[in-house]
Design a protein around this ligand. Structure first.
Ligand SMILES: CC(C)(COP(=O)(O)OP(=O)(O)OC[C@H]1O[C@@H](n2cnc3c(N)ncnc32)[C@H](O)[C@@H]1OP(=O)(O)O)[C@@H](O)C(=O)NCCC(=O)NCCS
Length: 166
């Protein structure tokens, strides 16, 4: 295997669409149209094996100090080999580069996120979330996903005056 984790480019839209659609059909992810993917392609990181896209994840800005990991998935046949963690590492690095101190996700894969340094938290601490994806989600009033949170580790000099690390 020759595995590469990199930022997504517009040429990835088709393969990304197929990967996400597969999970959306199973109710694990929200579907994303090709148009929406094209517009948000700069928020995605992908994993490829010899040119074949086998995993993806994106970072969606929810507020001044908060981003959400979305559309995180590894293709069947490639799970359990550390690639999901590789994507989380890349997304955490991206949050750090953007100086965003809090990274959250809504997930059924709590154990995976805990292995990657996240803590289970109450959904209600994220009012921002309600105004984005949730308004279009069929499970809006019946959400059974678990909220997880990880804080980005900054050196003191990396913090801007806008943010206070908790
Ligand atoms: C969740 C997902 C991204 C994990 O990716 P992955 O490449 O299989 O995970 P990794 O190999 O990096 O696993 C890292 C650690 O988490 C553990 N882990 C992964 N999935 C797990 C699960 N479902 N339950 C318990 N532990 C799990 C692994 O055993 C590993 O532990 P270790 O470090 O002690 O060996 C992948 O299973 C997936 O695509 N699931 C379907 C889509 C989905 O639910 N995405 C989450 C949306 S928020």
């Amino acid at each position: 295997m020759s595995i590469i984790c990199r930022k997504a480019v517009p040429e990835d839209v088709e393969a990304l669409y197929e990967l996400i659609q597969d999970y959306a059909a199973k109710g694990i992810m929200l579907p994303r149209s090709k148009d929406a993917l094209s517009r948000s392609i700069h928020t995605f990181v992908v994993v490829e094996d010899q040119g074949k896209l086998i995993g993806c994840g994106s970072l969606c800005r929810l507020g001044v100090d908060l981003v959400e990991i979305r559309s995180l998935g590894i293709a069947d046949g490639y799970k359990g080999k550390g690639m999901g963690s590789m994507l989380v590492d890349a997304l955490m690095a991206e949050a750090k580069e953007q100086r965003i101190p809090k990274v959250m996700a809504l997930t059924y894969e709590t154990a995976f996120f805990q292995k990657n340094g996240f803590t289970v938290v109450e959904k209600e601490i994220f009012p921002e979330k309600v105004w984005t994806d949730c308004v279009n989600c069929p499970k809006q009033n019946n959400c059974d996903e678990i909220a997880v949170l990880r804080l980005v580790e900054f050196a003191p000099e990396q913090l801007t005056t806008d943010y206070v690390q908790i």
